[in-house]
Design a binder for this molecule. Sequence first.
Ligand code: PEP
Length: 252
Amino acid sequence: MRKPVIAGNWKLFKTSSEAVELVTALLPLVSGATNVEIVVAPVFTVLDRVQRVISGSNVNLSAQDCYWEAEGAFTGEISPKMLLDAGCSHVIIGHSERRQFFGETDETVNKKIKAAIASGLVVLFCIGETLAERESEKTFDVLKRQIIGGLTGIPESDLAQVIVAYEPVWAIGTGRTASDDQAQEAHAYIRGEIRSLYSAAAAEGMRVLYGGSVKPENIAGLISRQDIDGALVGGASLKADSFAALVNAAQK
Ligand code: PEP
């Protein structure tokens, strides 16, 4: 039985007081969701503040990215070790906005995933096709390339620290969600790739989240599908009531 995950990616939003206000409002709304892995991913500068509020609760802390070196002359970067120090248990790697705007490649994603796993972090490994790729029927090719590229050299024994997030780029922040069927089809494909790269047991155990305009109104249909194990959520994670509604839907 795969434990569902609802992860909120706050992107470039929330100052420290706003972040504290959000998690303070969130905690009582999700305290009964004992069967859901709840994750929030604020900006680096508020990780510590948010950690102090969620400490001892059922909400976990994630960063939105990390570098692969532990320390050194890498101005502007942050390492897995530093994220752990700030209280993170999770880190998002390979988000499409990083790939699109900040030059992230399958190779850098792979280095980051390896470093994060070695430090003990759980990785939310993002993959997904663009609209042009979907329309030219390249979705599965792109997913395969991203999965193989991201997971190269990672042994099956480390997969417990990996959660895949399937996020079709055309559905992120657009209000245009993949249909339940489209999402299920992609998720089944991803699980099949994990099976052929690793084993049936690895595929069965891998959590695969959907991301792309998930809202309280569409979560039930998505999460009821066989291969959809939760959601990575942007916009709807910025308000306590909508994020809590997603968590509580996953708990059911
Ligand atoms: C995301 O940022 O990963 C995301 C899925 O955003 P949104 O829910 O706003 O589409």
